[in-house]
Design a protein around this ligand. Sequence first.
Ligand SMILES: [Cu+2]
Length: 223
Amino acid sequence: MIIFQHKLTLKTKLMKRSILYIPILALCLSISCKSDKKEDVTNDTNVEVGSDTKDIPPPPPPTSDKEPDYYKDTKKVTLALDAKSNSGVTGNVIFKQDQGVVTMIAVLGGLTEGEHAIHIHEKADCSSDDGKSSGGHWNPTGQPHGKWGNATGYHKGDIGNFTADENGHASITKVTDEWCIGCGDDTKDILGKAIIVHQGVDDFTSQPSGAAGSRVSCGGIIQ
Ligand SMILES: [Cu+2]
């Protein structure tokens, strides 16, 4: 009898507990649902913000009094490189100017595997077989020859060295605001100059041209 009573009491206790747990469980469920909904709303808001932004035109780029007028001009020059010094080195070069920044992309073929120098020389004249008709390095600021960005100086034509793969192919990209295309600033304007590819490597030290060896490809930068 005592045992039965005890069992009954235990059952009642358990039932009471369950009754207590049900609302707690319901409350938990509703909170978790609410937080799920909250996330959904947040996501929806993000989507809406995103789609709204698309309709608003982007703000104009910040203008400064120091910016030269040519920063507004978008320009492009393409040129082909001709083999020189009995090499088979040819290629194509594209120069693009946008907001005062010039991007050069050169794609070359017919090279020997390994490192070679590439420069801008002073004249768009590739008429001679050795490419020397293009003159020396383009150096409008009268600096010593060196690696681009060197504190001790460098020519505006000191693009530097690149590596050709085992198939003799190479691509070179250079981005700079120290050049322009036809802006008329003699210290920046690459028009009327030439791209020269050398057989050897620029040591960035020897004056006036880095001892880069013969000129194996040449192209005039002309519009
Ligand atoms: Cu050179």
